[in-house]
Design a protein around this ligand. Structure first.
Ligand code: NAD
Ligand code: UGA
Length: 459
């Protein structure tokens, strides 16, 4: 089956970059990304590609090359579905904030709306691809909706989870470790495999059953997050034993069975997916009565929450047990470098804790806009919006954020922080000048030589 037109529902951090790369690598396929959010679509269509809604190195160049040729961004959802032979669902699947499974299960309402939309509109057979991360057995629900509403139209459902990481999305998409396709219909699987086959070697395109594919995505994220919680747990032990977590990570990482990647101790993992996907896995395990399995994975989240909390506790106790009225400069707000995404960023929770202790917070992040910082804090609902506005200031210049601060907290590992004039910064700050490095970014010896009191994770 030859695919000429693709529609992708959801123009977010996954839909945008993934479809841009598919369009670049398949110039003969017309790809239309649709979204209900007009503002987001307008930003994707902005002539100035530095204003795309997703900041991702390498993405502007690809959008510039393909947009208007075979890559289109639109809010005309029905039209794009109608015309396409293959429809990707790439909408958000956040943790439920209400009802059964609140705080644990994935909220599938957006995915269901997409399925209903496709079923209502489709007049010709469609391959429907789950690109969103979904609980195992969701394809069953999607198929049921499509078959019950879609009349005579034949729908094939594929699971094709995405493994890109933000900040490296384009490289991850261009050179994926593997592409995973789960499905029943061989013809549908091969139609999708041939699209990836334009640039991914066939032996790296795995074909599985739908349920293995859905569960592999949750499992991959759980294993990755587990590594971070494991090294973070060891980081706390290092702080009590004069061991150095970087040395431990290096020593264990050289064991080829363990491997060196993803062993950076930190302030705790953030991002839109690790927490939500593990909570979802825990929820699914409990729903099958598998309590030991659920407890095992839940501990990854418990440790991560502990890591964020103990960072802010350490800051408070070191500043003579009070931060009330003190200015704390936070460098970085994004959940990792090279992205403007702040979802579940550790910075939000550390700031919230410090604000509850009446600190005033000065934020600088190279890519996160001011309004986002306030929106993230207001979403927690810990205090009035007015109070957040009074206590938090967001700066466009790091030196202004740091001026007269009692302490700096490094929250994101942006490269530019390393090359700041730390002598100048020392002179700008109140004394003693404290640095709490949540990313192990700075060199302890040279920073202490300047005169800073320096605290980092795992040392
Ligand atoms: P996102 O919030 O950035 O984008 C989702 C988009 O879908 C939004 O723009 C929203 O307006 C749109 N949308 C929601 N309902 C819609 C509807 N009914 N019709 C049209 N548009 C609709 O989310 P994301 O980060 O791109 O994540 C999407 C999915 O991919 C999630 O399931 C996530 O778990 C998974 N995932 C994300 C990443 C990542 O790095 N962000 C990586 C792998 C997988
Ligand atoms: C992660 C996975 O890496 C992707 O494979 C997956 O597709 C994606 O989730 C998803 O499903 O959404 P992402 O969250 O974008 O990607 O970024 P990561 O590089 O995994 O970082 C996640 C968090 O862990 C960040 O806060 C990062 O700073 C932290 N981290 C990462 C550490 O603290 N230590 C490390 O060694 C690695």
């Amino acid at each position: 089956m030859k695919i000429n037109k693709i529609c992708c529902i959801g123009a977010g951090y996954v839909g945008g970059p993934t479809m841009a790369v598919i369009a670049k690598m398949n110039p003969n396929i017309q790809v239309t990304i649709v979204d209900i959010n007009q503002e987001r679509i307008d930003a994707w269509n902005d002539d100035d590609v530095s204003k795309l809604p997703v900041y991702e190195p390498g993405l502007p160049e690809i959008v510039k090359e393909t947009r208007g040729k075979n890559l289109h961004f639109s809010t005309e959802i029905d039209k794009a579905i109608d015309e396409a032979e293959m429809v990707f669902i790439s909408v958000n699947t956040p943790t439920k904030t209400y009802g059964k499974g609140k705080g644990m299960a994935a909220d599938l309402k957006y995915v269901e709306l997409c399925a209903r939309n496709i079923a209502d509109v489709a007049k010709t057979d469609k391959i429907v691809v789950e690109k969103s991360t979904l609980p195992v057995r969701t394809a069953h629900a999607i198929k049921s909706i499509l078959d019950n509403i879609g009349g005579e139209v034949k729908f094939d459902i594929l699971s094709n989870p995405e493994f890109l990481a933000e900040g490296t999305a384009i490289q991850d998409l261009l050179k994926p470790d593997r592409v995973l396709i789960g499905g029943e219909s061989k013809e549908a699987i091969e139609a999708l495999a041939s699209i990836y086959g334009s640039w991914v070697p066939q032996d790296q395109i795995l074909r599985t059953n739908v349920w293995s594919s859905e569960l592999s995505k949750l499992t991959a994220n759980a294993f990755l997050a587990q590594r971070i919680s494991s090294i973070n747990a060891i980081s706390e032990l290092c702080e009590h034993t004069e061991a150095n977590v970087s040395e431990v990570a290096r020593a264990i990482g050289m064991d080829s069975r363990i491997g060196p990647k993803f062993l950076n101790a930190s302030i705790g993992f953030g991002g839109s997916c690790f927490q939500k996907d593990i909570l979802n896995l825990v929820y699914i395990a409990r729903s099958y009565g598998l309590n030991e399995v659920a407890d095992y994975w839940e501990q990854v989240i418990i440790l991560n929450d502990h890591q964020k909390r103990r960072f802010s506790d350490k800051l408070i106790t070191t500043l003579y047990n009070t931060v009330s009225g003190k200015k704390i400069a936070m460098l970085g707000w994004a959940f990792k470098k090279d992205t403007n995404d702040t979802r579940e960023s550790a910075a939000i929770y550390v700031a919230d804790h410090l604000l509850s202790e009446q600190a005033s917070i000065a934020v600088y992040d190279p890519k996160v806009p001011k309004a986002k910082v306030y929106a993230d804090l207001n979403y927690l609902n810990t205090r009035l919006e007015k109070e957040n506005e009074e206590l938090v200031e967001v700066f466009n210049n790091p030196y202004e954020a740091i001026k007269d601060a009692h302490a700096i907290a490094i929250m994101t590992e942006w490269d530019e922080f390393k090359s700041y004039d730390w002598n100048k910064i020392y002179n700008l700050m109140k004394k003693p000048a404290f640095i709490f490095d949540g990313r192990r970014l700075l060199d302890k010896n040279s920073i202490e030589k300047i005169g800073f009191k320096y605290f980092t994770i795992g040392q």
